[in-house]
Design a protein around this ligand. Sequence first.
Ligand code: ATP
Ligand code: MG
Length: 386
Amino acid sequence: MNMSIPILVVSGQVYTVELLKRYIQECENFYFFADTHDFSKAYNAIKELEKVFVIVDISDYQEQALNFISKITSEFQHCRAAALSDRPDVDVLIRTMRVGASDFLSVPLIKEEVFEVLKKINNDLTDSRPKKSKCRIITVYSNKGGVGKTSIATNLALELSKITKENVALIDLNFQLGDVTTFLDLNPSFNISYMLQNLDKINENFLLSTLERYKDTSLYVLADPPYFKQIDNISSKDITRLFNILRDTFSYVVVDTSGGFDNSAMTALENSDLIFLVTIVNLPAIRNCQRCLELFDKLGFSSDKVQILINRYMENDEIKAEDVEEVLGKPLYWKIPNNYFTMMSAINKGVPVCEINHDSNVALSYKNLALMVSDSVFRQKFNNRS
Ligand SMILES: Nc1ncnc2c1ncn2[C@@H]1O[C@H](COP(=O)(O)OP(=O)(O)OP(=O)(O)O)[C@@H](O)[C@H]1O
Ligand SMILES: [Mg+2]
């Protein structure tokens, strides 16, 4: 496994990039990851990395570059940034540090200076804090109501916590009609509205001590606000901040959404590593799913990020799984069998399906889905991008 730290260079200056590349090759604790002059490409790459050192050239697009440094250093805990400029002066230097850069390099580059900065960054990023797996945010989504989103999110989150024994958060973003607390018969003291209003206070200890834990598992539930009036003023920015805080505490964050394209659902989708797009096997639902895939494509979501999950699947359905794959132009990720009796019994009792009958086809399906999600091969796929 490559333990060295990737370096991303954000610059359009070929000569500077080449020189940095050469210096980085001489450092055993770092490797040259990529260079780009596109801030959004750089942002997307950083999002996928566990730790990263970003060297940002601020010579040409100074304002944009400083905003970029501010964004990445505030959003990603394991990201460090240094600014690079061919016109260094005291004002620029002060501004650079204020936006969150840890170092400043002037062009023409001086090898010893670069090495000094790298040494400092290496010490900073290779701290000995206890490690947890890189967090995956998984959103269970459908633009159609009643297809089984809450059933899937709840049971998947619980199975993930049981299989991995790592901390898993289940978030109910269905602000108007959230069901997660009913599905698990919980009465949490703190809800998502409280968390969003106290973003500055919350950290790992706060989350683990205030979020409602499901029995003695490592599943923590963040529920919808109980009163409509508490849902005012929730911005995408705040939801994104909350997700970033959750990323530092949990190995998996499973998000249940409302069926629409409202602000909170869109923010969750954007912040997700994996989207389970749920459909049942009937023509209107599949058409909706198709439209949704088109929209996700337009939004730039990668095809890996969006996976199709069929719910209430029956072998003898008129429309077969292969037909769905053909219409959607995508292989199915998973099929959850239809089992109305077990599902209804679980919902009415307020327990996950495994507590009704852990050998039922639907309970086994959720368990195997969780195994697939947490599977080392799947993890490897993500890690390889880092
Ligand atoms: N695998 C399944 N087999 C049979 N019935 C199921 C299955 N999964 C879910 N259901 C049933 O479908 C109904 C809707 O489920 P659920 O509430 O999870 O859907 P939802 O997509 O979250 O709905 P909403 O859009 O209202 O939030 C429930 O009555 C549930 O019992
Ligand atoms: Mg629901």
